[in-house]
Design a protein around this ligand. Structure first.
Ligand SMILES: [Zn+2]
Length: 469
């Protein structure tokens, strides 16, 4: 990378630091101030989109940019965006085929047309989403990333720089990796490990680096916690944060047992430019950064669900990206908003639960006929009662439920498998389902798929559910 790139990147980081100061003034205001700010930004975003995006101009028809409610706007989704990409974006120079080629040849943090960063969503199959941010938009996303760090007490320290280990995606097409390299201006000493590395290699690297701050997918942090408790890992991080996957109660307990600290959890997605929110030190849930995003938790028909009730999906509005407007865009995450404010006094609402995606709901035969939806949380709870299981995966296919487990060295795999099968059969019966055939397979380790950024999906349904609903 040349000097021109380094200066541009530094400017992007400095811009984010300046923006952060401005944001702090708003964050210390009231909830009403925040809502007024949201409406102002939403109106500007809609007006800009109608002027510059042929897709939105047609979609919004005669909606007047200063006289509408958010709920007046039609819902959008990934296929609408990707099928109409060249009309969806607001810069006519951005063409999907050329962006896909840019993504394919990306080696590090290159700018596209000298002013955009392009990232893609992960996925082993199906439609990939492509996302474009201008330099200013990237700086704004970076403020959310820095805010997470400040919630966790992660401020720069000199001359002895803080040591941070991150275990996650290892490719510049993924926003988390890209954000990390684009913001690394040497204020922290960083170690980045690929999530697809084996646990032994991760332990060896961490033992030698000795991080003060560890950030990892919760399934990895939980496995590392077991390694620490069993003596193969010996590190003493003061802060642990998890991201990218569902963090179950069992994973949290493992981390607490190993290091005596409560992990922070953040919530992010490529569609949001990276981070939507994070825990504060009260650990009451994830604060949604509502000065940057609007989140609507809704049912299958896009009607809002009451606070404290899990939604079927999420509609997200990104208030700062005008290059590729994301307005009431469907995400299939199963989210619950807390009815209570956080004791820390911040005006941002709390997400009290994230339970995976609505595509992970498993539809089983109902004892009274028809189909019964079984929420992934049912499996997290049942599996969490088995202390002997280090990691698991539940896959629902045409032949029933296949459960893959890694058990602790001290446990008898066969005995655990038999008890688990019995436990699941009786808990599914108690729910009112006709338990399908359950096969428990004992394995040594899970191989993580780089196409999924090395993430683990605990519960997966391979059966098309839409025809069953
Ligand atoms: Zn708080």
């Amino acid at each position: 990378m040349n000097i021109g790139y380094s200066i541009k990147r530094l400017n992007d980081v400095v811009r984010a630091l300046l923006m952060q100061r401005k944001q702090n003034r708003l964050i210390s205001g009231t909830r009403q101030d925040l809502q007024d700010y949201q409406q102002q930004n939403l109106s500007a975003l809609v007006a800009y989109s109608v002027r510059n995006s042929p897709f939105y101009r047609e979609l919004y028809g005669n909606i007047q940019s200063d006289k509408f409610l958010l709920t007046d706007l039609p819902v959008t989704n990934k296929s609408m965006m990707m099928d109409n990409f060249d009309q969806f974006v607001t810069d006519p120079r951005l063409k999907l085929t050329e962006l896909q080629e840019h993504i394919r040849t990306l080696t590090t943090d290159e700018y596209y047309l000298g002013e955009y960063r392009v990232t893609a969503t992960s996925g082993s199959s199906g439609l990939k989403g492509i996302f474009v941010s201008s330099r200013k938009e990237w700086s704004t996303a970076l403020t959310a990333y820095l805010r997470c760090g400040s919630y966790m007490g992660l401020t720069p320290r000199l001359p002895k720089r803080r040591k941070i280990s991150t275990i996650g995606a290892d490719s510049p097409i993924h926003v988390s990796y890209r954000m990390a390299i684009s913001s690394d201006i040497g204020l922290m000493k960083t170690q980045r490990l690929d999530a697809t590395l084996g646990i032994e290699q991760q332990c060896a690297a961490l033992n030698s680096f000795q991080p003060e701050f560890l950030s990892a997918y919760p399934s990895i942090a939980s496995l590392l916690a077991r390694e620490q408790l069993e003596g193969r890992l010996s590190i003493n991080p003061q802060v642990i944060s998890t991201f990218g996957e569902v963090c179950t109660g069992e994973m949290k307990r493992n981390i607490q047992e190993a290091w005596g600290i409560e992990p922070f959890n953040s919530y992010g997605m490529t569609e949001a430019g990276i981070v939507l929110g994070s825990d504060c030190s009260c650990h009451q849930g994830i604060h949604v950064f509502e000065d940057l995003f609007i989140l609507e938790v809704v049912d299958q028909q896009n009607r809002p669900v009451p606070d404290g009730t899990p939604g079927h999906k999420l509609l997200i509005t990104n208030l700062f990206n005008v290059t590729q407007p994301i307005i009431r865009y469907e995400i299939s995450d199963l989210i619950t908003l807390s009815p209570e404010p956080c004791p820390c006094g911040r005006p941002f609402r709390l997400v009290s639960r994230i339970d995976g995606r609505s595509d992970d709901i498993i539809y089983l035969d109902n004892q009274r006929g028809g189909k019964l939806p079984v929420h992934p949380v049912h499996f997290y709870t049942a599996m969490g009662t088995f202390q002997e299981i280090k990691l698991y995966q539940v896959i629902h296919g045409d032949n029933g439920l296949q459960i893959r487990i890694v058990v602790r060295e001290s446990a008898s795999g066969q005995e655990v498998a038999a008890r688990l099968k019995q436990c699941l059969e009786s808990s599914l019966k108690a729910l009112g389902a006709q338990p399908p055939k359950i096969v428990v397979e004992i394995i040594d380790r899970f191989d993580r798929d780089p196409r999924l950024m090395g993430k683990m999906k605990l519960v997966t349904s391979l059966c098309g559910s839409s025809s069953l609903r």
